[in-house]
Design a protein around this ligand. Structure first.
Ligand SMILES: Nc1ncnc2c1ncn2[C@@H]1O[C@H](COP(=O)(O)OP(=O)(O)OP(=O)(O)O)[C@@H](O)[C@H]1O
Ligand SMILES: [Mg+2]
Length: 332
């Protein structure tokens, strides 16, 4: 009977996606692999099995191939030929310094001799154009089909912000936002890139999950500030990437501590080492800490990120140390 039920299911689903058919205790269980859910087809299979064998309980279960994540089955990843490794810089919570970290890490990775790209996928608040000084400039296309990346201090970059008018509040449906990101990302002439850094939208919702599945990620970096409340969200971020089988390259503690310019005293404004302890608890690497400093903020906001503005300074060194760990983690 199982073979015949498989044949019925085969009328509606590709045979290679029918993982198994079991009949147990008067119930038929059909397991499908790597397919998007389709309730209408499920119903047809159910009716036919019911009509042919009188089995009323027919369950159609969808699974992903690598493991059953409970998420969308696997679909093809977005294609960016020439881009070797892609890393996502993410945070569970907004405003923790994800963009500042993405930009400075990209510059630091380039300083280590890697051909580096930076893609700003933050549909909620794209800030890379401001940080790299191309705010208000639209993407340029020479052939009418593909876009030229923006070039800045040796890194190539593109931002979803070039397609969004900042002053017009846009309520983007998930699919639309992801479609726009896919289009922009895959239609840029990146050329040969060793590592691409992606500034992700903050949080762990549907859009973030879809992006993590669609982009062929070599790893994820989680940025957190030291407060408990930010760390709870950092844990959510780590768990989201684990669910979709993206390796965690590590956690960075941003706005870790403050050194008084006048007296040199150190103040742990938001507490200290919380991210390190969280990383240990989760069994993921701790990549390092970046202090809270006015120069980091000012230079981000005026288009000259600190790694560029103060190439020999202590903050640049901190970013470069983290970049070196990421480079090693990626096997580059
Ligand atoms: N280490 C730091 N020292 C001082 N200021 C910082 C530091 N990191 C980030 N900032 C500042 O904090 C603000 C928020 O940082 P940023 O925009 O990078 O965060 P984000 O996580 O990308 O935010 P969003 O969730 O809105 O995208 C910015 O004004 C930035 O300049
Ligand atoms: Mg940001």
């Amino acid at each position: 009977m199982e073979e015949q039920i498989r044949e019925i299911a085969g009328r509606y689903f590709p045979a290679e996606n029918i993982e198994s058919v079991r009949v147990m205790n008067g119930r038929a269980i059909i397991t499908l692999v790597n397919l998007a859910e389709n309730a209408a087809l499920d119903e047809k299979v159910r009716q036919e099995v019911n009509k042919t064998f009188g089995i009323e309980k027919v369950s159609v279960i969808y699974t992903a191939s690598r493991q059953n994540t409970g998420l969308r089955p696997e679909e093809p990843k977005w294609q960016m030929p020439g881009v070797k490794k892609i890393i996502a810089v993410a945070s569970g919570k907004g405003g923790v310094g994800k963009s500042t970290t993405s930009v400075n890490l990209a510059l630091a990775l380039a300083n280590l001799g890697l051909k580096t790209a930076l893609f700003d996928a933050d549909i909620y608040g794209p800030s890379v154009p401001t940080m790299l000084g191309y705010e208000g400039v639209g993407p340029v296309s020479e052939d009418g089909k593909t876009f030229e990346p923006f070039l800045y201090m040796g890194i190539k970059s593109m931002s979803i912000g070039t397609l969004i008018d900042r002053d017009v509040p846009l309520i983007w449906r998930g699919a639309k936002a992801c479609g726009a990101i896919e289009q922009l990302m895959t239609e840029v002439r990146w050329g040969d890139i060793d590592v691409m850094v992606i500034d992700m939208p903050p949080g762990t919702g549907d859009i973030q999950i879809t992006l993590s599945q669609k982009i062929d990620l070599a790893g994820a970096v989680i940025v957190s500030t030291p407060q408990d409340i930010a760390l709870i969200d950092a844990v959510k971020g780590v768990n989201m990437f684990k669910k979709v089988n993206v390796p965690i390259l590590g956690i960075i503690e941003n706005m870790s501590y403050y050194i008084c310019e006048k007296c040199g005293a150190r103040a742990d404004i938001f507490g200290h080492e919380g991210a390190k302890q969280t990383a240990e608890k989760l069994g993921v690497p701790f990549l390092g800490e970046i202090p809270l400093h006015i120069a980091i903020r000012e230079n981000s906001d005026n288009g000259t990120p600190i790694v560029m503005a103060d190439p020999e300074g202590p903050y640049t060194r901190a970013y470069e140390e983290i970049a070196a760990k990421i480079k090693a983690g990626l096997g580059l």
